[in-house]
Write a protein that binds this ligand. Sequence first.
Ligand code: FE2
Ligand code: FE2
Ligand code: FE2
Ligand code: FE2
Length: 399
Amino acid sequence: MSFNPLTEKGIPLDQQLRNWSELNIQPYNKQDVHPYTRTRIITMNGIEVESIFFSHQFARHTSDPDIRKYLAQTRRIEQQQQKAINWLSPGDESPLETTIGYEQVAVDLTAYLARVEPNPYLKQAFEFGLLEDFDHLYRYANLLDLLNGKKAEKLTGDLTEIMPGRATADEHRHPIDEVRQPSDSKKADPFSLLHTMTLVAAEQQTMNFYMTVGNQPMHPLARGLYLEIAEIEEQHVTHYESLLDPTISWFQRDVLHQYNECYLYYSFMQQEPDPRIKQLWELHLNMEIEQLRLACDMLRKYDGKEPEEFLPSSISEPVKFQENKDYIRQVLKDQVNLTGDEIKFVPVSDLPENHRYFQYQETVNQGGVPSQQVIEQHEQQMGNDYKMTTEGKSPLVGV
Ligand SMILES: [Fe+2]
Ligand SMILES: [Fe+2]
Ligand SMILES: [Fe+2]
Ligand SMILES: [Fe+2]
């Protein structure tokens, strides 16, 4: 079965506005929500946040009143969509519990997109990021157990293993070693571009979330861990956004954003086991189909371009949240020792002794590293670190 949002009929924009009680949606029950329902919610919240900030940036770069009014109207609906989605998260889910969900998104969404990625450079870039968020999940899981006596597997289920990845302490790199080779959208598979945009949005929302909630805990170790990992999320946003094609127009970008929203709502609607949330994905898909139509009209009017020139002809494979355990173990075994050297990914041992990586490491990691301290304290207080494995020992030596 394939799906083409360009030929579907959506909900007219003037019928998309909802009232407060429709938006103040009943949150999910954190005791019985499916882990991948939580990750789909986190992902779509990030996608809507990106669509809103993209639209604001676009509006700040044009003086044409018609374009500004068009953007204001669709943006107001994107804002309502963001509220309906993010308000599904219940008040009794702590920021640290939600954080576990954010890192589960970063692990399983990135792993899935890396697995299906045809371009070898992008695949490598996705796998590179994957191992880092995989380690963040382990560090935060240890913090959750240490501070609250809660096991992260209560949130992640047995779908995602929790164990060391590329050590967070080793991930701190000089900013210029985070800037990658941009894609050329004229040559690239359109799905590669959409998948990269999805990762940019997910990592950006993770960055925003840690920037906001990271100073809320009382415990200095928790505050330290959030600020350390928040800096890696800045690196990840730089890493993924630098892979995008920077030469395309604002109108083309707008179309791609709306198309990607259609693609993801369509994907998640197929897999959602909770009928109430499935209905929300379907409603939002029908809104996005119309937003896409409007964006395509703007593209034709201002760029003189047809959307079919750069969009996929149809969607046959949805984006999936699924288990990626064996795949992640293989990437871990093969790539844990990699670092960034400008646009390249190289083993740390290949860097010359005077490389800026070592100076950067020395500067930020002197005086103690929260991501290591959380494990040391867990070991001291509970005899060992917290892990959740279903497939046996870690492929890494000494772990
Ligand atoms: Fe949206
Ligand atoms: Fe992360
Ligand atoms: Fe990340
Ligand atoms: Fe949209």
